[in-house]
Design a protein around this ligand. Sequence first.
Ligand code: HEM
Length: 415
Amino acid sequence: MHDLPPETPAPELFTWEFATDPYPAYAWLREHAPVRRTTLPSGVEAWLVTRYVDAKRALADPRLSKNPVHHAEHAHAKSKTGIPGERGAELMTHLLNIDPPDHTRLRRLVSQAFTPRRVAEFAPRVQELTDGLIDAFAAKGEADLIHDFAFPLPIYAICDLLGVPREDQDDFRDWAGMMIRHGGGPRGGVGRSVKKMRRYLAELIHRKRDDLGDDLISGLIRASDHGEHLTENEAAAMAFILLFAGFETTVNLVGNGVYALLRHPEQRARLQRSLDAGETGLLATGIEELLRYDGPVELATWRYATEPVRLGGQSVAVGDPVLVVLAAADRDPERFDDPDRLDLSRGDNKHLGYGHGIHYCLGAPLARLEGQAAIGTLLTRLPDLRLAVDPSDLRWRGGLIMRGLRTLPVQFTAV
Ligand code: HEM
């Protein structure tokens, strides 16, 4: 696909066709304009970085700041984080909006609470949640895997992990539903949902201070570094970013992942055979490959040059936004053999789906756990799962940062 003749005109970005299949456009960009100044649908100008080598370099470059105050258009800027409804200084203290040394301090504190061990101990609960969601539709012989499965799973999982009482979790489901349906801009209902979620978390943190348990919020309150603790505001912002960063991403991992498997019957059959044989190796490499092949995060979150930066032969000026297109880098033929082929056993698969450098996804162990439980259990329990509509009838949610299916209607033999 990257051998398009040079006279091929530049593809249109951010159209309906682009949201459905952005990969031909990315191939063109990698080949002809690997670091390209582009006008985004919002009217903001930004550099799109599409080659793997440049993407990796940009993600780790300390001259590219995460703090929106460095955006040349800051005075006019609305939400730059990709978090709907986000505005105002008190919301700026989360990991994806700050640089060292603040980032280092907050990340160290949260890492004390959100440990790989905590995630590993959470595995039985994720399995229970997965089975419970499948139980609810298994007898019907049909489901919308986004609405009935991929969407509720991460919400309940993160709520449980944080320590949100079960009776309050359906409120989170509703708020998150509003965010995912209307995400991408600080519009009325979304703004209200974000506010309610944040207010709830702030109150929960306040209550838990006097009644610490072994949940993640209590862990955030307990965490300390050289005698320093998270303030209540910081803890609330942290709980919110965990929810926000871990929600739509996981929905899309499951949605895009199952869809890719349904479109590649021979790969899916291989995985199904290995699961039937009680093996987990192919499931683990397979989830990584699904992340590379059609990952949930199309573009890494925003970065702004604090010094002039040469990138891919272009001069990025101070204040310019830089958007690293993870989905394009992960299909770069310079880095991956036969990049447009889905190969669940692909070795040497250092994809950028979880980012790279100091902002590397903090939730990657949880995402892997959820992705493996969700996809492994679906294929095992509903072995004849099939798409219920023609692929051309599927609609994609193509925000700027995330890319995923709106619905995924499937059929299977009722059990
Ligand atoms: C950061 C992807 C799931 C929490 C990131 C970044 C990416 C990413 C690409 C870096 C963004 C950048 O550099 O601009 C994903 C994908 C997921 C996933 C593909 C699912 C398949 C999760 C989950 C959680 C989480 C489940 C937590 C519950 C975070 C946090 C950050 C982050 C807190 C910010 C880290 C920092 O700035 O230091 N994620 N993520 N993510 N992710 Fe994830």
